[in-house]
Write a protein that binds this ligand. Sequence first.
Ligand code: CAO
Length: 439
Amino acid sequence: MTTEQILIPDIGNFDSVDVIDVLVNVGDSINTDDSLITVESDKASMDIPAPKPGIIKELKIKIGDKVKEGSLVALIETSSATKVVKADNIEKEIKVEKVVEKIIPEPSRPAPEPPPTIQPTENPLPIGESALVTNGKLSHASPSIRKFARQLGVNLSLVQGTGPKNRVLEADVKNFVKGELAKPRSESMGSQFAPIPMPDIDFSQFGSFETQPLSKIKKISGANLHRNWVTAPHVTQFDNADITDLEAFRKSMQKEAEKRGAKLTLLAFLMKACVNALRTYPTFNSSLSPDGETLILKNYYHIGFACDTPDGLVVPVVKDVYKKDVLDIAHDLGELSKKARERKLKMDDMQGGCFTISSLGGIGGTKFTPIINCPEVAILGVSRSAMQPIYNPDTKAFEARLILPLSLSYDHRVIDGADGARFTSHLGAMLSDVRRLLL
Ligand code: CAO
Protein backbone atom coordinates (compact mmCIF):
# COMPACT_ATOMS: atom_id res chain seq x y z
CA MET A 1 0.00 0.00 0.00
CA THR A 2 1.21 3.49 -0.84
CA THR A 3 0.15 6.84 0.49
CA GLU A 4 -0.48 9.38 -2.26
CA GLN A 5 -1.52 13.01 -2.43
CA ILE A 6 -4.54 14.30 -4.29
CA LEU A 7 -4.07 17.85 -5.54
CA ILE A 8 -6.46 20.37 -7.03
CA PRO A 9 -6.11 20.16 -10.82
CA ASP A 10 -6.20 23.00 -13.34
CA ILE A 11 -9.50 24.73 -12.66
CA GLY A 12 -9.36 27.31 -15.38
CA ASN A 13 -8.94 31.05 -14.91
CA PHE A 14 -9.44 31.15 -11.16
CA ASP A 15 -6.79 32.27 -8.69
CA SER A 16 -8.59 30.66 -5.79
CA VAL A 17 -12.00 29.12 -5.16
CA ASP A 18 -13.99 28.31 -2.01
CA VAL A 19 -14.51 24.78 -0.75
CA ILE A 20 -18.29 24.62 -0.25
CA ASP A 21 -18.75 20.92 0.39
CA VAL A 22 -16.61 17.97 1.45
CA LEU A 23 -18.22 14.83 0.10
CA VAL A 24 -16.00 12.14 1.66
CA ASN A 25 -14.82 11.17 5.14
CA VAL A 26 -11.59 9.63 6.44
CA GLY A 27 -11.78 5.87 5.95
CA ASP A 28 -14.07 6.08 2.91
CA SER A 29 -13.31 3.78 0.03
CA ILE A 30 -13.36 5.74 -3.22
CA ASN A 31 -13.38 4.85 -6.88
CA THR A 32 -12.02 6.76 -9.86
CA ASP A 33 -14.27 9.77 -10.66
CA ASP A 34 -16.05 9.76 -7.28
CA SER A 35 -16.64 13.39 -6.24
CA LEU A 36 -14.39 14.38 -3.33
CA ILE A 37 -15.18 18.04 -2.75
CA THR A 38 -17.20 20.84 -4.34
CA VAL A 39 -15.56 24.17 -5.00
CA GLU A 40 -17.14 27.41 -6.04
CA SER A 41 -15.96 30.68 -7.53
CA ASP A 42 -18.17 33.74 -7.83
CA LYS A 43 -19.30 32.38 -11.19
CA ALA A 44 -19.25 28.60 -11.07
CA SER A 45 -19.29 25.48 -8.94
CA MET A 46 -17.66 22.18 -9.72
CA ASP A 47 -16.88 18.84 -8.15
CA ILE A 48 -13.31 17.64 -7.82
CA PRO A 49 -13.30 13.94 -8.69
CA ALA A 50 -10.96 11.19 -7.45
CA PRO A 51 -8.26 10.44 -10.01
CA LYS A 52 -7.96 6.81 -8.93
CA PRO A 53 -9.35 4.34 -6.40
CA GLY A 54 -8.14 4.15 -2.81
CA ILE A 55 -9.00 4.76 0.84
CA ILE A 56 -9.09 8.27 2.30
CA LYS A 57 -6.38 8.40 4.92
CA GLU A 58 -6.37 12.09 5.73
CA LEU A 59 -8.41 15.10 4.61
CA LYS A 60 -6.36 18.26 4.18
CA ILE A 61 -9.18 20.74 3.61
CA LYS A 62 -12.49 21.71 5.15
CA ILE A 63 -15.56 23.69 4.10
CA GLY A 64 -14.71 27.38 3.85
CA ASP A 65 -11.07 26.86 2.84
CA LYS A 66 -9.76 28.64 -0.23
CA VAL A 67 -7.94 26.43 -2.74
CA LYS A 68 -6.23 26.77 -6.10
CA GLU A 69 -4.46 24.55 -8.58
CA GLY A 70 -1.99 22.36 -6.70
CA SER A 71 -3.65 22.67 -3.25
CA LEU A 72 -3.57 19.41 -1.29
CA VAL A 73 -7.02 17.84 -0.96
CA ALA A 74 -6.37 14.52 0.74
CA LEU A 75 -3.99 11.66 1.30
CA ILE A 76 -5.18 8.32 0.03
CA GLU A 77 -3.85 4.82 0.37
CA THR A 78 -3.54 3.09 -2.97
CA SER A 79 -1.79 0.11 -4.38
CA SER A 80 -0.42 2.26 -7.22
CA ALA A 81 3.17 3.41 -7.33
CA THR A 82 2.31 6.95 -8.36
CA LYS A 83 3.29 9.40 -5.64
CA VAL A 84 1.42 12.52 -6.62
CA VAL A 85 -1.92 12.25 -8.29
CA LYS A 86 -3.47 15.20 -10.01
CA ALA A 87 -7.19 15.04 -10.54
CA ASP A 88 -6.79 15.81 -14.22
CA ASN A 89 -10.07 14.31 -15.40
CA ILE A 90 -12.03 17.21 -13.96
CA GLU A 91 -13.15 18.26 -17.41
CA LYS A 92 -15.60 15.39 -17.34
CA GLU A 93 -17.36 16.96 -14.42
CA ILE A 94 -17.39 20.51 -15.66
CA LYS A 95 -20.27 21.00 -17.96
CA VAL A 96 -21.44 24.00 -19.84
CA GLU A 97 -25.16 23.85 -19.51
CA LYS A 98 -27.99 26.16 -20.39
CA VAL A 99 -30.76 26.88 -17.90
CA VAL A 100 -33.17 24.92 -20.03
CA GLU A 101 -30.95 21.86 -19.85
CA LYS A 102 -30.65 22.17 -16.08
CA ILE A 103 -34.35 22.09 -15.41
CA ILE A 104 -35.07 19.14 -17.68
CA PRO A 105 -33.98 15.87 -16.06
CA GLU A 106 -32.52 12.84 -17.84
CA PRO A 107 -34.76 11.50 -20.64
CA SER A 108 -35.57 8.33 -18.70
CA ARG A 109 -37.22 10.36 -15.95
CA PRO A 110 -40.61 12.07 -16.00
CA ALA A 111 -39.92 15.68 -16.89
CA PRO A 112 -41.52 18.09 -14.39
CA GLU A 113 -43.10 21.19 -15.86
CA PRO A 114 -40.94 24.23 -15.13
CA PRO A 115 -42.85 26.91 -13.23
CA PRO A 116 -44.38 29.31 -15.72
CA THR A 117 -42.52 32.41 -14.51
CA ILE A 118 -39.13 31.01 -15.55
CA GLN A 119 -38.50 31.22 -19.24
CA PRO A 120 -35.73 29.09 -20.78
CA THR A 121 -32.86 31.28 -21.89
CA GLU A 122 -30.37 30.91 -24.67
CA ASN A 123 -27.59 32.38 -22.51
CA PRO A 124 -25.42 29.62 -21.10
CA LEU A 125 -24.59 29.73 -17.43
CA PRO A 126 -20.95 29.91 -16.40
CA ILE A 127 -19.00 26.66 -16.39
CA GLY A 128 -20.22 24.25 -13.77
CA GLU A 129 -23.07 26.45 -12.59
CA SER A 130 -26.15 24.43 -11.91
CA ALA A 131 -29.32 26.43 -11.80
CA LEU A 132 -32.50 24.93 -10.49
CA VAL A 133 -35.89 26.45 -10.18
CA THR A 134 -37.18 26.70 -6.62
CA ASN A 135 -40.40 28.58 -6.09
CA GLY A 136 -39.74 30.67 -9.13
CA LYS A 137 -36.21 31.66 -8.01
CA LEU A 138 -32.92 30.28 -9.20
CA SER A 139 -31.06 28.13 -6.69
CA HIS A 140 -27.98 25.98 -6.94
CA ALA A 141 -26.63 22.50 -6.46
CA SER A 142 -23.32 20.95 -7.35
CA PRO A 143 -23.08 18.27 -10.05
CA SER A 144 -22.61 15.56 -7.43
CA ILE A 145 -25.77 16.64 -5.59
CA ARG A 146 -27.70 16.67 -8.84
CA LYS A 147 -26.43 13.19 -9.57
CA PHE A 148 -27.35 12.07 -6.03
CA ALA A 149 -30.83 13.57 -6.41
CA ARG A 150 -31.29 11.90 -9.81
CA GLN A 151 -30.33 8.54 -8.32
CA LEU A 152 -33.07 8.97 -5.71
CA GLY A 153 -35.58 10.30 -8.24
CA VAL A 154 -35.80 13.64 -6.41
CA ASN A 155 -36.89 16.73 -8.31
CA LEU A 156 -34.35 19.22 -6.97
CA SER A 157 -36.59 22.18 -7.72
CA LEU A 158 -38.75 21.02 -4.79
CA VAL A 159 -35.83 20.89 -2.32
CA GLN A 160 -35.11 23.88 -0.12
CA GLY A 161 -31.35 24.48 -0.02
CA THR A 162 -29.75 25.39 3.32
CA GLY A 163 -26.21 25.93 2.06
CA PRO A 164 -24.60 29.26 1.19
CA LYS A 165 -26.79 31.21 -1.28
CA ASN A 166 -29.52 28.59 -0.71
CA ARG A 167 -27.32 25.92 -2.24
CA VAL A 168 -28.88 22.45 -2.03
CA LEU A 169 -26.65 20.16 0.05
CA GLU A 170 -26.66 16.38 0.33
CA ALA A 171 -28.31 16.71 3.74
CA ASP A 172 -31.14 18.77 2.18
CA VAL A 173 -31.86 16.02 -0.35
CA LYS A 174 -31.82 13.38 2.39
CA ASN A 175 -34.12 15.45 4.62
CA PHE A 176 -36.47 16.03 1.70
CA VAL A 177 -36.70 12.28 1.04
CA LYS A 178 -37.26 11.59 4.75
CA GLY A 179 -40.02 14.21 4.85
CA GLU A 180 -41.71 12.79 1.76
CA LEU A 181 -41.59 9.24 3.12
CA ALA A 182 -43.15 10.41 6.39
CA LYS A 183 -46.14 11.96 4.59
CA PRO A 184 -49.42 10.09 4.05
CA ARG A 185 -49.33 8.35 0.66
CA SER A 186 -51.75 10.69 -1.06
CA GLU A 187 -49.56 13.70 -0.17
CA SER A 188 -46.23 12.22 -1.11
CA MET A 189 -44.23 13.30 -4.11
CA GLY A 190 -45.10 9.99 -5.74
CA SER A 191 -48.71 11.09 -5.97
CA GLN A 192 -49.71 12.02 -9.47
CA PHE A 193 -51.71 14.87 -7.91
CA ALA A 194 -48.66 16.50 -6.29
CA PRO A 195 -48.89 20.05 -7.58
CA ILE A 196 -45.88 21.98 -8.82
CA PRO A 197 -44.82 24.73 -6.41
CA MET A 198 -46.63 28.05 -6.65
CA PRO A 199 -44.36 30.68 -8.22
CA ASP A 200 -43.09 33.20 -5.66
CA ILE A 201 -43.67 36.41 -7.58
CA ASP A 202 -42.23 39.77 -6.62
CA PHE A 203 -45.43 41.81 -7.08
CA SER A 204 -43.62 45.08 -6.42
CA GLN A 205 -42.38 44.95 -10.01
CA PHE A 206 -45.99 45.54 -11.13
CA GLY A 207 -47.16 48.05 -8.51
CA SER A 208 -47.55 48.70 -4.80
CA PHE A 209 -49.39 46.30 -2.47
CA GLU A 210 -50.10 45.45 1.19
CA THR A 211 -50.05 42.08 2.91
CA GLN A 212 -52.66 40.65 5.28
CA PRO A 213 -52.23 37.43 7.27
CA LEU A 214 -54.96 34.81 6.75
CA SER A 215 -57.26 34.29 9.75
CA LYS A 216 -56.98 31.02 11.66
CA ILE A 217 -60.42 29.97 10.40
CA LYS A 218 -59.43 30.66 6.79
CA LYS A 219 -56.25 28.61 7.17
CA ILE A 220 -58.08 25.64 8.67
CA SER A 221 -61.05 25.76 6.31
CA GLY A 222 -58.73 26.33 3.34
CA ALA A 223 -56.77 23.16 4.06
CA ASN A 224 -59.99 21.16 4.44
CA LEU A 225 -61.58 22.61 1.30
CA HIS A 226 -58.43 21.84 -0.69
CA ARG A 227 -58.36 18.24 0.52
CA ASN A 228 -62.08 17.78 -0.21
CA TRP A 229 -61.77 19.35 -3.66
CA VAL A 230 -58.91 17.09 -4.77
CA THR A 231 -60.02 13.84 -3.13
CA ALA A 232 -63.77 13.74 -3.89
CA PRO A 233 -64.65 13.77 -7.61
CA HIS A 234 -67.29 16.50 -7.67
CA VAL A 235 -70.27 16.76 -9.99
CA THR A 236 -72.69 19.68 -9.61
CA GLN A 237 -76.32 19.24 -10.61
CA PHE A 238 -78.24 22.48 -11.22
CA ASP A 239 -82.00 22.73 -10.87
CA ASN A 240 -84.78 25.21 -10.10
CA ALA A 241 -87.53 25.11 -7.50
CA ASP A 242 -90.75 27.10 -7.72
CA ILE A 243 -91.05 28.65 -4.24
CA THR A 244 -93.86 31.12 -4.99
CA ASP A 245 -96.31 29.46 -2.60
CA LEU A 246 -93.64 28.63 -0.03
CA GLU A 247 -92.54 32.26 0.13
CA ALA A 248 -96.12 33.45 0.59
CA PHE A 249 -96.59 30.89 3.37
CA ARG A 250 -93.26 31.83 5.03
CA LYS A 251 -94.21 35.50 5.13
CA SER A 252 -97.66 34.69 6.52
CA MET A 253 -96.06 32.71 9.36
CA GLN A 254 -93.48 35.32 10.32
CA LYS A 255 -95.51 36.81 13.22
CA GLU A 256 -96.08 33.39 14.72
CA ALA A 257 -92.37 32.63 14.41
CA GLU A 258 -91.46 35.86 16.18
CA LYS A 259 -93.72 34.87 19.10
CA ARG A 260 -91.50 31.78 19.46
CA GLY A 261 -88.42 33.96 19.28
CA ALA A 262 -87.40 32.88 15.77
CA LYS A 263 -86.97 34.51 12.37
CA LEU A 264 -88.58 32.15 9.88
CA THR A 265 -86.11 32.01 7.00
CA LEU A 266 -86.14 30.04 3.76
CA LEU A 267 -83.19 28.08 5.12
CA ALA A 268 -85.37 26.44 7.78
CA PHE A 269 -87.73 25.10 5.07
CA LEU A 270 -84.77 24.02 2.97
CA MET A 271 -83.43 21.97 5.88
CA LYS A 272 -86.76 20.23 6.34
CA ALA A 273 -87.03 19.54 2.59
CA CYS A 274 -83.45 18.23 2.44
CA VAL A 275 -84.09 15.76 5.26
CA ASN A 276 -87.12 14.50 3.36
CA ALA A 277 -84.93 14.00 0.26
CA LEU A 278 -82.17 12.36 2.34
CA ARG A 279 -84.69 9.85 3.71
CA THR A 280 -85.87 9.11 0.20
CA TYR A 281 -82.31 8.76 -1.18
CA PRO A 282 -80.29 7.41 1.79
CA THR A 283 -76.94 7.29 -0.04
CA PHE A 284 -76.93 11.10 0.22
CA ASN A 285 -76.94 10.67 4.01
CA SER A 286 -73.81 8.54 4.04
CA SER A 287 -70.02 8.68 4.29
CA LEU A 288 -67.43 6.63 2.49
CA SER A 289 -65.09 4.72 4.84
CA PRO A 290 -61.49 5.99 4.64
CA ASP A 291 -60.38 2.82 2.78
CA GLY A 292 -63.14 3.43 0.22
CA GLU A 293 -64.59 -0.06 0.77
CA THR A 294 -67.76 0.66 2.75
CA LEU A 295 -70.64 3.10 2.74
CA ILE A 296 -71.69 4.27 6.20
CA LEU A 297 -75.43 4.98 6.04
CA LYS A 298 -76.61 7.18 8.91
CA ASN A 299 -79.96 6.95 10.69
CA TYR A 300 -79.72 10.48 12.09
CA TYR A 301 -80.18 13.76 10.25
CA HIS A 302 -77.88 16.55 11.40
CA ILE A 303 -77.66 19.33 8.80
CA GLY A 304 -74.81 21.83 8.59
CA PHE A 305 -75.13 25.30 7.10
CA ALA A 306 -72.31 27.48 5.79
CA CYS A 307 -72.18 30.68 7.79
CA ASP A 308 -70.28 33.74 6.67
CA THR A 309 -68.45 35.45 9.58
CA PRO A 310 -65.92 38.30 9.62
CA ASP A 311 -63.19 35.70 10.30
CA GLY A 312 -64.24 33.36 7.50
CA LEU A 313 -66.51 30.45 6.78
CA VAL A 314 -67.79 28.19 9.57
CA VAL A 315 -70.32 25.35 9.37
CA PRO A 316 -72.53 25.01 12.47
CA VAL A 317 -74.77 21.93 12.57
CA VAL A 318 -78.49 21.81 13.43
CA LYS A 319 -78.96 18.48 15.18
CA ASP A 320 -81.85 16.05 14.62
CA VAL A 321 -83.62 18.11 11.98
CA TYR A 322 -85.98 15.21 11.27
CA LYS A 323 -87.38 15.40 14.81
CA LYS A 324 -87.88 19.19 14.75
CA ASP A 325 -90.59 21.36 13.22
CA VAL A 326 -89.70 24.28 10.94
CA LEU A 327 -90.01 26.86 13.73
CA ASP A 328 -87.66 24.87 15.99
CA ILE A 329 -85.17 24.67 13.11
CA ALA A 330 -85.51 28.43 12.49
CA HIS A 331 -84.85 29.02 16.19
CA ASP A 332 -81.71 26.82 16.12
CA LEU A 333 -80.49 28.54 12.94
CA GLY A 334 -80.82 31.96 14.59
CA GLU A 335 -78.98 30.82 17.73
CA LEU A 336 -76.14 29.11 15.88
CA SER A 337 -75.67 32.00 13.40
CA LYS A 338 -75.45 34.44 16.33
CA LYS A 339 -72.92 32.25 18.12
CA ALA A 340 -70.90 31.94 14.90
CA ARG A 341 -70.69 35.69 14.40
CA GLU A 342 -69.80 36.24 18.08
CA ARG A 343 -67.11 33.52 17.82
CA LYS A 344 -68.85 31.52 20.52
CA LEU A 345 -69.37 28.24 18.66
CA LYS A 346 -68.20 25.16 20.55
CA MET A 347 -66.74 22.08 18.85
CA ASP A 348 -70.00 20.23 19.48
CA ASP A 349 -71.92 22.91 17.54
CA MET A 350 -69.92 22.05 14.42
CA GLN A 351 -69.73 18.27 14.63
CA GLY A 352 -71.80 15.36 13.37
CA GLY A 353 -73.13 16.88 10.16
CA CYS A 354 -74.59 14.52 7.52
CA PHE A 355 -75.28 17.04 4.73
CA THR A 356 -74.60 20.77 4.31
CA ILE A 357 -76.53 23.67 2.85
CA SER A 358 -74.65 26.70 1.60
CA SER A 359 -77.07 29.56 1.03
CA LEU A 360 -75.92 32.64 -0.81
CA GLY A 361 -79.52 33.67 -1.49
CA GLY A 362 -79.33 36.65 0.85
CA ILE A 363 -76.36 37.97 -1.13
CA GLY A 364 -76.96 37.22 -4.82
CA GLY A 365 -75.82 35.09 -7.73
CA THR A 366 -77.60 32.62 -9.95
CA LYS A 367 -75.59 29.38 -9.56
CA PHE A 368 -72.36 28.17 -7.99
CA THR A 369 -70.46 24.93 -7.40
CA PRO A 370 -70.15 24.32 -3.63
CA ILE A 371 -67.34 22.09 -2.34
CA ILE A 372 -68.49 18.98 -0.47
CA ASN A 373 -67.91 19.08 3.29
CA CYS A 374 -66.22 15.65 3.45
CA PRO A 375 -66.71 13.01 4.77
CA GLU A 376 -70.26 14.04 3.81
CA VAL A 377 -71.04 13.09 0.22
CA ALA A 378 -73.20 15.99 -0.95
CA ILE A 379 -73.85 19.68 -0.40
CA LEU A 380 -76.69 21.90 -1.58
CA GLY A 381 -75.91 25.38 -2.82
CA VAL A 382 -78.79 27.86 -2.89
CA SER A 383 -78.71 31.10 -4.87
CA ARG A 384 -80.99 34.13 -4.95
CA SER A 385 -84.60 33.54 -5.94
CA ALA A 386 -86.04 35.69 -8.72
CA MET A 387 -89.38 36.16 -10.45
CA GLN A 388 -89.41 34.40 -13.83
CA PRO A 389 -91.99 33.75 -16.55
CA ILE A 390 -92.85 30.05 -16.35
CA TYR A 391 -95.07 28.37 -18.91
CA ASN A 392 -98.15 26.69 -17.42
CA PRO A 393 -99.32 23.88 -19.74
CA ASP A 394 -102.78 23.83 -18.07
CA THR A 395 -103.55 27.49 -18.76
CA LYS A 396 -101.25 27.57 -21.82
CA ALA A 397 -99.86 30.86 -20.55
CA PHE A 398 -96.74 32.21 -18.95
CA GLU A 399 -97.04 33.01 -15.26
CA ALA A 400 -94.75 35.03 -12.99
CA ARG A 401 -93.25 32.56 -10.50
CA LEU A 402 -90.59 32.90 -7.82
CA ILE A 403 -87.80 30.54 -8.85
CA LEU A 404 -85.04 29.37 -6.50
CA PRO A 405 -81.81 28.13 -8.15
CA LEU A 406 -80.33 24.96 -6.60
CA SER A 407 -76.77 23.68 -7.10
CA LEU A 408 -76.16 20.20 -5.70
CA SER A 409 -72.52 19.01 -5.60
CA TYR A 410 -72.06 15.32 -4.89
CA ASP A 411 -69.24 12.79 -4.63
CA HIS A 412 -69.40 10.76 -7.83
CA ARG A 413 -67.71 7.80 -6.11
CA VAL A 414 -70.88 7.38 -4.08
CA ILE A 415 -73.68 8.99 -6.07
CA ASP A 416 -74.56 8.50 -9.74
CA GLY A 417 -75.67 11.33 -11.98
CA ALA A 418 -79.20 9.92 -12.25
CA ASP A 419 -79.61 9.99 -8.47
CA GLY A 420 -78.23 13.51 -8.38
CA ALA A 421 -80.98 14.65 -10.76
CA ARG A 422 -83.61 12.64 -8.83
CA PHE A 423 -82.55 14.28 -5.58
CA THR A 424 -82.87 17.85 -6.89
CA SER A 425 -86.20 17.03 -8.63
CA HIS A 426 -87.48 15.66 -5.35
CA LEU A 427 -86.32 18.75 -3.49
CA GLY A 428 -88.00 20.96 -6.09
CA ALA A 429 -91.26 19.07 -5.64
CA MET A 430 -91.08 19.46 -1.84
CA LEU A 431 -90.32 23.17 -2.00
CA SER A 432 -93.00 23.95 -4.57
CA ASP A 433 -95.65 22.39 -2.32
CA VAL A 434 -94.52 22.25 1.31
CA ARG A 435 -97.66 20.33 2.27
CA ARG A 436 -95.79 17.31 0.90
CA LEU A 437 -93.36 17.63 3.81
CA LEU A 438 -96.17 16.47 6.07
CA LEU A 439 -96.62 13.18 4.21
N1 CAO B 1 -83.34 34.31 -2.38
C1 CAO B 1 -83.70 35.58 -2.12
N2 CAO B 1 -83.59 36.13 -0.89
C2 CAO B 1 -83.10 35.38 0.09
C3 CAO B 1 -82.71 34.06 -0.11
C4 CAO B 1 -82.85 33.52 -1.41
N3 CAO B 1 -82.48 32.26 -1.70
N4 CAO B 1 -82.25 33.57 1.04
C5 CAO B 1 -82.34 34.54 1.96
N5 CAO B 1 -82.87 35.64 1.39
C6 CAO B 1 -83.14 36.90 2.01
C7 CAO B 1 -83.85 36.68 3.29
O1 CAO B 1 -85.23 36.56 3.10
C8 CAO B 1 -83.47 37.93 4.06
O2 CAO B 1 -84.28 38.99 3.65
P1 CAO B 1 -85.15 39.83 4.74
O3 CAO B 1 -84.10 40.36 5.69
O4 CAO B 1 -85.82 40.82 3.92
O5 CAO B 1 -86.04 38.84 5.37
C9 CAO B 1 -82.06 38.21 3.58
O6 CAO B 1 -81.92 37.51 2.37
C10 CAO B 1 -80.97 37.79 4.53
O7 CAO B 1 -81.20 36.47 4.97
P2 CAO B 1 -80.38 35.95 6.22
O8 CAO B 1 -78.95 35.97 5.92
O9 CAO B 1 -80.80 36.68 7.43
O10 CAO B 1 -80.84 34.49 6.46
P3 CAO B 1 -80.56 33.20 5.66
O11 CAO B 1 -81.29 32.17 6.36
O12 CAO B 1 -80.82 33.35 4.23
O13 CAO B 1 -78.97 32.95 5.80
C11 CAO B 1 -76.93 32.32 6.70
C12 CAO B 1 -78.38 32.63 7.01
C13 CAO B 1 -76.21 32.02 7.98
C14 CAO B 1 -76.85 31.13 5.76
C15 CAO B 1 -76.32 33.54 5.99
O14 CAO B 1 -76.35 34.63 6.85
C16 CAO B 1 -74.93 33.32 5.51
O15 CAO B 1 -73.95 33.40 6.26
N6 CAO B 1 -74.82 33.08 4.20
C17 CAO B 1 -73.52 32.93 3.55
C18 CAO B 1 -73.16 31.45 3.43
C19 CAO B 1 -71.88 31.30 2.64
O16 CAO B 1 -70.94 32.06 2.80
N7 CAO B 1 -71.85 30.29 1.78
C20 CAO B 1 -70.77 30.10 0.88
C21 CAO B 1 -69.93 29.00 1.36
S1 CAO B 1 -68.76 28.55 0.17
O17 CAO B 1 -69.36 27.18 -0.35
